[in-house]
Every structure is written in C-alpha cells, then in structure tokens.
Design a protein around this ligand. Structure first.
Ligand SMILES: Nc1ncnc2c1ncn2[C@@H]1O[C@H](COP(=O)(O)OP(=O)(O)OP(=O)(O)O)[C@@H](O)[C@H]1O
Length: 319
C-alpha cells in the first residue's frame, strides 16, 4: 500500500515544551486513523507539522512522499482545524462553489454538499446555520478540492450526540471512496468507532499505535470473573493471559490480555462456575497507557503486576 503520511523522528518544541517529541508514524492510503490524547498531548502540533503550518525542529514529515507544502498546494489535502475561520455571508452553495474553483480538480459542488449532508440547506446563508450545520460547512470546505487525505482536528468538539453521529456518517462516506482520514479527538468511543487504527499520543510521544481492539487487549483488555466456591486462588496469576488477580468475597476477577486462553485454562481446572467475560473499555486502556508514559518520566515504572485499576486511578488525577 502507498504511504500517504510519514513522520520520521519528528520533533517540534516551543521553548522548553517538546510538543512533538520524536514521533514516528506512517499512514497508508485508505486508512482512517484517530490521534487520541489528552489536552496538550501534542495532537494539534502534530497536525500543524503535517499540513506544513509549522516546520519540525528535527526529523521529517512527508506527505505523498514529498513536502507538506507541495501536497497542500496540489489540493491533495483537505483540512478542518480547530480555529475555524468565520463563515462569510453567502449561501452554502455559493461558498462551496467558490472554494471548489480554487482547486485544480475539485469535487462537483452537488457531490461535496451531498457528502457533507448539506443538500437541504444549500440555499441558506452560511452564517445563519446551527453549530452542527456550520461544522458541516467546514467539512464541505475541506472536501471541496477532492482531496485524497483529509485532516480533522477535533471535528466534533461542541456538537451534540445527533450532530456528531451525522458528522461521522459523512466522514465514513468520504473514507469509503478509498480516501485517507486522520482525525484527532478526546472521545475514545469516537476513535474506536470511526478509525481503523488508533494512535495514542502523550507528552508529544506515540505511546500506542494499533486497532482499538488490540490496544484494549494489550493492557489486559478483558475481565474474566467466576465464583471460587471455596477453591484456593494460588496459581491464578500464572494462568495464560492473566495480568492481575483480585478476589472480592467469593469471586475472583482476573484482568486478562488473552481471555480465550485464560478461560480454557480455568475450564481445565473446573473453575467455571458463574464465569463471565467483559471487555475493558477503551477508556481503561487509554488511561492505563497515558499513566504508564507519565510514570516513566516522573516516577519508577509500575511493577509488572500492577493492576490496570491501580494504574487507571493514578491516571485519572492527571487527565
Ligand atoms: N504556539 C505555541 N507556543 C507555545 N506552546 C505551544 C504552542 N502550541 C502548542 N504549545 C504547547 O505544546 C503542547 C502541545 O499542544 P497541542 O496544542 O499540540 O496539544 P493538543 O493535544 O492538540 O491539545 P488539545 O487537545 O488541548 O487541543 C502544549 O503543552 C501546548 O501548551
């Protein structure tokens, strides 16, 4: 597959703050990638390097194998940034038509309006729309040039649940045409639902880069619990996949990175009474990952058998 975006040991510092601190990242054509991180993690700075709005102090950022400037000038990249410019006093259709004319091979205007879900309000004045509709106008502006890559910095901030859902429907329709999407978000569920891959960024560094499912699993993704019925708990920690063991009353709770293997091993021992397997949320995984990266800098690394719950509690204070 063709590489669309590549960061190679990219660094961007603002004074003492290393906003992007040695990022390696590759995004292939057709992928939808979420950049997930807390406030100040470095997401917007990474996006500004990608769009050529900032130059890296060290390392390299390439788009379609060339410089970001070349790709942006050729209309290969569409962007929707946080500080959306005010929308002028023209109709939605006029605005998109005007923007489309500035690109070498734009989308037909009707198609851009349709993709962004604006067909019904195309004749309305663009500065008299609801917040959700205005956000769609910004999306249509980003799409107008028919870009191969679209970059969205927290695109659904301030949208209500319905507007958010409608926005992601539009985004997925655009991605389904074989285009590449990179978006940043604080919303873990959004990342899980709308991206093929999640890149977790913390303090300017990539701390995880995988599918939502695998990220959950890697931090001890599933919780396996069962009734002990008086059986001793020795050896549970050594079962395949088990990351931590907790006993509450007569119930054992095992955090497992491979719940299938754990359940099979428990079945071998006849420990299956009242057995349940529940998925850890991506939120647990995210908090755990960002806590690990903070503790590497600030404090001794947690012991190998530190429970996800403990690590999570540690992180919650910082998020
Ligand atoms: N122009 C700037 N001058 C000084 N510091 C900056 C500048 N831009 C960003 N920073 C700092 O760099 C770090 C990363 O900021 P960035 O905006 O990239 O984070 P973010 O992940 O996008 O955060 P948010 O989710 O709050 O938008 C922060 O500590 C921020 O204060």
């Amino acid at each position: 597959m063709t590489t669309t975006v590549s960061f190679t040991r990219a660094v961007k510092a603002f004074g003492a703050v290393r906003a992007v601190d040695g990022v390696d990242l590759e995004i292939r054509r057709g992928e939808s990638v979420a950049l997930l991180g807390r406030n100040g993690a470095g997401k917007s700075t990474a996006i500004s390097l990608l769009l050529g709005l900032n130059e890296p102090d060290d390392g390299e950022v390439r788009l379609f194998g060339g410089t970001p400037h070349t790709a942006v000038r050729a209309g290969r990249v569409g962007a929707m940034l946080q500080d959306g410019r005010p929308i002028p006093r023209v109709t939605v259709r006029e605005l998109i038509t005007f923007v489309a004319r500035t690109y070498p091979s734009p989308l037909p205007v009707a198609e851009a309006l349709e993709l962004a879900g604006l067909t019904e309000v195309a004749g309305r004045r663009a500065d008299r729309l609801s917040g959700g509709q205005a956000q769609r106008v910004r999306f249509a502006v980003a799409l107008a040039g028919n870009p191969e890559l679209i970059v969205l910095d927290e695109p659904t901030a301030a949208l209500d649940v319905e507007a958010r859902r409608a926005f992601w429907d539009s985004m997925r329709a655009y991605a389904a045409r074989g285009n590449t999407v990179l978006f940043s978000t604080h919303y873990l569920e959004e990342a899980d639902e709308n991206a093929d891959r999640i890149v977790v960024i913390d303090r300017g560094r990539v701390v995880a880069d995988d599918s939502g499912e695998r990220i959950k699993r890697a931090v001890g993704g599933n919780l396996v619990s069962f009734d002990l019925a008086g059986t001793p708990t020795e050896g549970l920690r050594q079962l395949p996949g088990v990351v931590s063991v907790e006993v509450r009353g007569d119930r054992a709770l095992l955090r497992s990175a491979d719940s299938d293997a754990t359940v099979l091993a428990l079945a071998d021992r006849g420990m299956v009474r009242g057995l349940t397997v529940t998925a850890a949320s991506l939120e647990d995984a995210f908090l755990s990952l960002t806590a690990q990266s903070s503790s590497e800098d600030a404090a001794p690394a947690p012991a190998a058998d530190t429970t996800v719950e403990n690590t999570t509690a540690l992180a919650e204070e910082k998020v």
